[in-house]
Design a protein around this ligand. Structure first.
Ligand code: BGC
Length: 374
């Protein structure tokens, strides 16, 4: 696995980039809390991450913890094995231990209101990390990538690959959506479906399984609970066995890489091999296994969200909060959590195909070339 900051210091231009980011972040910190300031040393930051089972959350947690510790903050980083109750207990413990700032990537965005009410009663500031926290006034800021744009990029990729704008088709499509309890999943699906649904309606895209939401609001009907690869695999196997005896699937809308991995596995078991007949498959996160699949022509693209930039942004938010300043936000309209519109900072995701792996993922230090066999 890639990049602890210590390893990044070991060499190469890529690592230099990572360090430049860190230095820049520290420099901005100088302007606020003054680097390893007394204020930082008195501040406890609790970071609650959903699970270690997905590569990205390990990277997210390690990077943010290293940044904050380097600036002098006391940090408690916890992973909750995708279990909602476990995450609530972890956050409650952080609150009891006097956390001043909580950074939370929620498992179920609707389940945290009571524990965050307690955090607020004890004057903690709450930052929702990557996923919005719903149904509570006790979330102060949100930092994420533009979630709807992730889906739009997936939809547009399919549109371009298949020549849908030029009237090509019909193509057999199988759409998937993310975990029904993850607020992001709805935005991913909306972004993609707004592009693709018109082609389903015109008949250029056909969904032989019938698992085609008639509108974006019905997205949970094709959601994969917990974003599990194994569940996506068995769902894809079922669809292939039941509806594809006499036809081929041409395109799969997969909202992220963990699903794409299971889907690719199901295709392989059903005899699909990379080549002209292999379907277009989308993804998100540029996980290592998926990036290898992209290089091996088993996945067509991934929407890359450089989690280091998200960590840097959240570290800046923490600095501002500690300095008594308003953190920088760039969206005050999109993320209504049912109780309030949460001031947000949205970062821009980026499409990565086989052609971009080297220039985007390796040159930026996200992966070492050797990890990818390059
Ligand atoms: C994140 C994705 C991730 C998914 C599964 C989403 O909330 O935004 O990057 O693939 O969760 O962990």
């Amino acid at each position: 696995m890639r990049r602890t900051l210590g390893r990044a210091a070991a060499g190469f231009a890529a690592a230099t980039l990572a360090l430049t980011g860190l230095a820049a972040c520290s420099a901005e910190r100088e302007g606020t809390t003054g680097g390893e300031s007394a204020a930082a040393e008195e501040t406890i930051v609790g970071i609650a991450m959903p699970t270690r089972s997905l590569e990205r959350w390990n990277n997210d947690g390690d990077h943010l913890k290293a940044l904050l510790e380097e600036a002098g903050y006391k940090v408690s980083l916890q992973y909750a094995d995708n279990k909602v109750e476990q995450q609530i207990t972890q956050i409650q413990n952080m609150v009891n231990e006097g956390a001043d700032i909580l950074v939370v990537a929620s498992i179920d965005g609707t389940a945290l209101a009571p524990v965050l009410a307690d955090a607020k009663a004890k004057d903690a500031t709450v930052i929702a990390y990557d996923r919005l926290i719903n149904g509570t006034p006790d979330v102060d800021y949100y930092a994420t990538f533009d979630n709807e744009l992730v889906g739009t990029l997936q939809g547009q990729f399919i549109e371009e690959q298949l020549g849908l704008k030029d009237g090509e088709g019909p193509f057999n499509l199988e759409p998937f959506a993310g975990s029904p309890d993850d607020n992001n999943a709805k935005f991913f699906f909306k972004g993609a479906w707004d592009v693709l649904l018109p082609y389903v309606e015109s008949g250029q895209l056909v969904v032989p399984s019938g698992k085609s939401p008639a509108s974006v609001d019905e997205w949970t009907s094709i959601g994969i609970q917990g974003w599990e690869s194994a569940k996506a695999q068995s769902e894809m196997e079922n669809r292939l066995n039941s509806f594809y005896q006499d036809k081929k699937v041409n395109v799969v809308l997969s909202p992220n890489d963990s699903l794409a991995l299971g889907i690719a596995q199901a295709l392989e078991s059903a005899g699909y091999a990379p080549g002209a007949e292999y379907p277009v498959i989308t993804g998100q996160d540029a996980d290592l296994a998926n990036t290898k699949n992209i290089l091996a022509d088993k996945q067509s693209m991934s929407v890359w969200k450089d989690t280091r930039t998200l960590g840097n942004q959240v570290a800046k938010m923490v600095d501002s909060i500690v300095a008594g300043e308003e953190p920088e936000v760039n969206d005050t309209e999109t993320y209504d959590n049912g109780e309030k519109v949460v001031p947000s900072f949205l970062l821009e995701p980026q499409v990565v195909t086989k052609d971009d792996v080297e220039s985007a993922l390796v040159e930026s230090g996200f992966f070492d070339a050797s990890e990818l066999g390059l």
